[in-house]
Design a protein around this ligand. Structure first.
Ligand SMILES: [Ca+2]
Length: 527
């Protein structure tokens, strides 16, 4: 059985689903005038296989497992890019990185992100979710990692958030504050300290209480907003599962998985505390919560990183391990508990879905890559749609139904690979986990992810199945590419002068550092 729908049939199905969604939304509005609160919980480099409910043998995520039992588990849910910055930019814009500018044209199919010396960031022309939610009376906060550019014009409060507690970049370091400054931690639009200084992370023991701080920030925000009776949007983005991994003293040494497991256990505990707070305040039944991760586990960290379950490779790649994310939707009394949905979803859907829940209109003249998930959330229906997998400026693969076709394959270059940088946990699938960029556009490598979730056994191109499936897939790809207008690439230029030398507020705490002279060059992206 491998019948798949044509785009024409899809459009018809889409139309019916839109009408149904509208009907449901109108019904919901009549029933309850209050706009729902929206909470996105986004983990950093946590893998699909890290959760007990997805089969991790350690079974150390009781709160997430319970969240799934009370809501909907989404086993077929994807990020928009296998690296932090582009993935996060896509969540908040509802658009692929190729459209919102979070990619590079310096080299073909390379992942770019926002290290300290990046010149670019989120463009003013991109409309972020909190900005639209504000027009519907929402108050928004981001807690944790931003990663959409760190120069003042790119920061969260410039793009619709009302509050921020967290950092603009990854918590790499410690640095010497001479060649490279330590990463600042912000409260709203001013820095209040730096990682490894006022906000300690021990590289020796892995101890840091940052997850506790980020959790308290979330709990305080929820409590304050509950009193105001205004709807809120909380984007909770802790980063302890990203290297260098850290956990608080009370969690250190408590996992059978080592430090990474300690971090997962702490985050799981925090998720439990946040959901409990919503229940205790009596607002759980008016709050939509979605849990996911920004990209697959970093297999390059070997035993010090996460798990992608049965899926091939990890972070940095467009194989399933890099893109498929542990995802759960939760909304007591609105979402029926105990469901598993095989809706093919992407985090960009959350943008569109949040707008509809808030009663807001999508921005006019802007191409969105997400779909409305409300029929899935409330009625357990499945919307037929393709998902495109990009790496930098190249469409690497497409998933449609249970099929996935790779137009390009690449893990990383030979030079990196020979130095021990391996994104694929030692797995070698000939012609698939390639160290040269392989162009398969004329005969894409096709997998059936139901029979072969690990992308190990390509379907022979001579089979009737391959020929039939590829007709539809080629049609979808051609439709996608013919209408695609790439955004201006933001990740091309780097300059040591733009690092976090003197962020806003540095004078107040005597943390201003001297910037070197400007020397803009093309950024080098190794993979
Ligand atoms: Ca990440």
């Amino acid at each position: 059985m491998h019948e798949i729908r044509t785009p024409k049939k899809m459009a018809l199905v889409g139309l019916k689903i839109c009408a149904l969604a509208l009907f449901l939304l109108l019904g919901a509005a009549a029933e309850d005038e209050r706009k729902p609160n929206i909470v996105f919980m986004l983990m950093d480099d946590m893998g699909w296989g890290d959760l007990g409910v997805f089969g991790h043998p350690a079974k150390e995520t009781p709160h997430l497992d319970n969240m799934a039992a009370e809501g909907i588990l989404f086993p077929d849910f994807y990020c928009a890019n296998p690296l932090c910055s582009p993935s996060r930019a896509s969540i908040l814009t509802g658009r692929l990185p190729i459209r919102n500018g979070f990619y590079t044209t310096n080299d073909h199919a390379r992942n770019g992100y926002t290290p300290q010396n990046i010149v670019g960031g989120i463009a003013d022309s991109e409309i972020l979710l909190p900005k639209i939610l504000k027009t519907e009376g929402y108050y928004s906060k981001i807690v944790g990692k931003w990663h959409l550019g760190h120069q003042p014009q790119f920061l969260p409060l410039e793009h619709g958030f009302d509050e921020w507690f967290g950092a603009p970049n990854c918590h790499f370091g410690p640095y010497d504050n001479i060649h490279t400054p330590n990463i600042p931690v912000y409260k709203d639009n001013k820095m209040i300290g730096r990682y490894y200084q006022q906000f300690a992370i021990s590289r020796k023991t892995g101890e840091s209480n940052l997850t506790q701080i980020y959790t308290e920030e979330a709990l305080d925000f929820i409590e304050t907003q509950a009193k105001t009776q205004k709807p809120f949007f909380l984007y909770w983005a802790p980063d302890s599962t990203h290297t260098p991994v850290y956990a608080s003293a009370q969690f250190l040494g408590t996992s059978q998985r080592g430090l990474y497991g300690d971090a997962v256990r702490e985050l799981d505990d925090s998720v439990g505390r946040i959901l409990l707070k919503l229940k205790d305040l009596g607002i759980a039944n008016n709050t939509f919560v979605f849990f996911s991760s920004d990209n697959g586990a970093a297999l390059v960290s070997k035993t010090r990183g996460g798990s992608n379950g049965p899926f091939l490779c990890g972070k940095e790649t467009t194989f399933e391990g890099g893109m498929r994310e542990p995802s759960i939707a939760w909304w007591p009394e609105r979402i029926k508990p105990g469901q598993v949905s095989h809706q093919l979803g992407t985090q960009m859907d959350l943008f569109f879905t949040a707008l509809l829940l808030a009663g807001a209109k999508p921005p006019s003249g802007v191409v969105l890559d997400g779909i409305d998930l409300t029929p899935t959330l409330f009625n357990h229906t499945i919307t037929d749609r393709p998902v495109f997998f990009y790496r930098g400026n190249e469409m690497m693969a497409i998933r449609y139904g249970l099929y996935k076709a790779h137009y390009w394959t690449w893990t990383n270059g030979w030079e990196e690979f020979h130095r021990g940088v391996n994104y694929c946990r030692g797995e070698n699938v000939t012609g698939v986990t390639t160290h040269d960029q392989m162009n398969y556009t004329s005969s894409p490598v096709l997998f059936h992810l139901g029979r072969d979730p690990g992308e190990k056994y390509p379907i022979e191109s001579s089979t009737p199945e391959y020929k039939e499936v590829m007709v539809t897939i080629r049609e979808l790809v051609s439709e996608h590419k013919s209408s695609l207008i790439p955004g201006k690439p933001q990740l091309n230029m780097c300059d040591p002068a733009v690092m976090n030398w003197s962020p806003p507020g540095c004078e107040d705490i005597d943390e201003c550092l001297k910037a070197p002279p400007s020397n803009p060059t093309k950024c080098h992206w190794p993979h």
